[in-house]
Design a protein around this ligand. Sequence first.
Ligand code: ZN
Length: 189
Amino acid sequence: MSDCVFCRIVAGDVESSRVHEEARVVAFMDIQPVNPGHVLVVPREHAASLAELDDRDAAAMMAAARRVAGALRRSGLRCDGVNLWLADGDAAGQDVFHVHLHVVPRFEGDGFALELPADVRVRDRPELDATAARIRSAFCAGKGHPVSDTCQRGVREVSDTSLRGVREVSETCQRQDRDLQGFSFGAQS
Ligand SMILES: [Zn+2]
């Protein structure tokens, strides 16, 4: 038996209060809600982190979270707004290492807040451009899909020369692009 509590919830081996189910995802109540109506959306397939998450499961999670948010607003529970929240990694506050998207109903004065650092400020364009370039260079040819070993090799090879080289698409990347086409975002029940 899996020692992942969310895998056990998905399998029905651990009690949960289910809200919604689809082919790829399950939604159930957070046992320690920020506000009444706080729901978690998880993929049925175990993935510890965003890096491990299948793109189709990621899409299914967002689509289901959007539907849960609509249901919350119509439910009669106090819900004047909604936050979607996903913590990836210890430093981000991830507690259960099976990817989960929080759907949190919000209302004025509910006491839930993200605190900004004291020195947060508008940055100048050269700094933003430099940071953006650094992130772009870490993408697989700027495509935004998961970076395979081949792609990472490619990125390392071009990163010493110039960013222009990053646009060169490896065979592996083109194959991944084809796989991602024809994706269905409809309800998968
Ligand atoms: Zn799991």
